[in-house]
Ligand binder design. Structure first.
Ligand code: FNR
Length: 190
């Protein structure tokens, strides 16, 4: 079975990116995948610092996140756009997971994986600019990023507090992206 790790780049409780991830995850599950949704803030990783790494090694929380990435085939990621880029919460997790700690292959969390990327913002463009740098980052680390992506604009008006979406077209596009990720991974694993 295809295993997908899904997470948002926001630690906010009522994050629209978390809601976007949940809908795409639904699409991936309907396509037959096992999806694990995690909240990055739950890992409570310290800000990456090579001195800290040299003194204490990889923190348990960062190791746990990295192992989750390694044990899944692909990723569903939705990122907020902070000043036209990704959040420090997201980049910090990505940096920790790029560090080698044992006898795993180099960049085992990234190489050979496939990601579908999304963004959500209250602004009209939905964080379109973050998708450019997010794609570049993941590709540089060795993860193939699906050509299709989705930026959800006007996101605050689209979701209620329970994550229900009132825009059928966007819901369909997000679920379809989740499904496409599963279909791509299924072909690659065949
Ligand atoms: C933002 N926000 C924002 N939005 C956007 O569309 N383009 C941008 O460049 C920025 N820049 C930015 C910088 C910083 C530091 C913050 C805190 C916020 C607004 C952002 O889209 C909004 O806070 C979203 O709610 C974040 O997503 P979550 O937390 O709801 O998932």
């Amino acid at each position: 079975m295809i295993k997908i790790l899904a997470f948002a780049g926001s630690g906010r409780k009522d994050s629209v990116n978390k809601k976007v991830v949940a809908i795409a995850a639904k699409g991936a599950r309907e396509a037959g995948a096992e999806v694990t949704i995690v909240n990055l803030e739950d890992f409570d990783m310290p800000i990456f610092n090579e001195d800290l790494e040299a003194q204490q090694g990889m923190p348990v929380a960062a190791q746990a996140f990295k192992e989750l990435m390694i044990s899944h085939d692909g990723f569903l990621i939705s990122s907020p756009e902070y000043n036209s880029s990704y959040s420090s919460l997201f980049k910090n997790a990505i940096d920790w997971a790029s560090r080698k700690t044992g006898d795993e292959a180099n960049m085992a969390a990234y190489r050979g994986k496939v990601a579908a990327i999304m963004g959500a913002s209250p602004g009209a463009l939905g964080g379109m600019r973050v998708l450019v740098v997010l794609r570049m980052l993941m590709e540089n680390l060795g993860t193939m990023v699906l050509p299709n992506q989705k930026a959800v604009g006007g996101a605050f008006a689209m979701f209620d507090g329970n994550g229900n979406i009132n825009d059928v077209k966007t819901e369909k596009a997000l679920k379809s992206l989740g499904k496409e990720l599963v279909e791509t991974l299924t072909k690659l694993k065949a």
